[in-house]
Design a protein around this ligand. Structure first.
Ligand code: IPD
Ligand code: CA
Length: 274
């Protein structure tokens, strides 16, 4: 059992990390919403011609990493646009400066800033701020999930056949072809499919009952770190293949009762491989 002293120190750490994450996410969100150039273009491409980076992804990551370094200079940082600082405190920040970059590029509203803080491999705090929804989702390990100041809760699990399921597609043609085959089978066995374009928001939509479930192959830690904790603290189960934690191979999130059925169906369909 943890001593009361350790418990208090952990609670204080979590409260400090949450405050920093909320401040950084709100500042980056305001910068991205108010500062988006009308002629925003592609600054670079990554894994394929459609895996894009804009100047605003880079500037947002710089803004967030600067704020984190000022607040907690000894922490590690992992960011989608290249931030990779080892740190010495044991705390690691995992950040996606814009999740839903293609939506942002096209002025579609579903994009978010995602910031998580981990310690000893465990996510302690997750914040997903969606400026165009004017909503912020947050969770602290063991402290529940919230959308702004309201508790977030998954909706009761329906049968798989009645589930509204979110998913997404990667940037490589071979992977997308396979993902389309999987969704081509699944769509006849669920209520319907949604493809919102931001994995972080999809996970928060499970947390707030706007989706029954979500799955995707090929996510990176910055896409799911914050949303995973928010979904779990809202009552969802998350994982990868049956018996495995969520990973780049597969991420599944749904309330208990639906989670198991969806996870095993996805396993049968081979959603975990290209
Ligand atoms: C992407 C979004 C998208 C998902 C992709 C991610 P990005 O992140 O989360 O919904 O389908 O797999 O890579 O590139 O917009 O940060
Ligand atoms: Ca992302």
């Amino acid at each position: 059992m943890r001593s009361p002293v350790t418990a208090t120190a952990n609670d204080e750490l979590k409260a400090e990390l949450l405050e920093i994450a909320l401040d950084a996410a709100h500042r980056a969100g305001a910068f991205l919403r108010d500062g988006r150039p009308d002629d925003l273009g592609v600054a670079a491409t990554k894994s394929s011609a459609v895996d894009v980076v804009t100047e605003m992804d880079i500037a947002s990551e710089k803004l967030i990493t600067g704020l984190l370094a000022d607040a907690r200079p000894d922490d590690g940082v992992l960011g989608e646009e290249g931030a990779d600082i080892k740190g010495s405190s044991g705390v690691q920040w995992v950040i996606d400066p814009i999740d839903g970059t293609v939506n942002y590029l096209y002025s579609l509203p579903s994009w978010a800033v995602s910031i998580a803080a981990r310690k000893d491999g465990e996510t302690l705090v997750g914040v997903v701020h969606a400026p165009m929804r004017a909503e912020t989702y947050r969770a602290v390990l063991g402290g529940g999930a919230y959308v702004d100041d309201r508790p977030a809760r998954v909706r009761p699990a329906p049968d798989l056949g009645l589930a509204l399921v979110g998913t997404g597609f990667g940037y490589l043609a071979d992977r997308r072809t396979r993902q389309a085959e999987v969704v081509g089978q699944l769509i006849a066995q669920v209520r319907d499919i949604r493809r919102g374009g931001s994995a972080a928001i999809d996970l928060c939509d499970v947390a707030t009952g706007r989706l029954d479930a979500y799955y995707e192959r090929g996510l990176n830690p910055w896409d799911y770190a914050a949303g995973d904790l928010i979904a779990r603290e809202a009552g969802a189960l998350t994982g990868g293949r049956p018996g495995e934690p969520l990973s780049t191979d597969l991420t599944v999130a749904a309330p208990p009762g639906l989670f198991e059925a969806l996870q095993s169906r996805l396993d049968e369909l081979g959603a975990w491989h290209d």
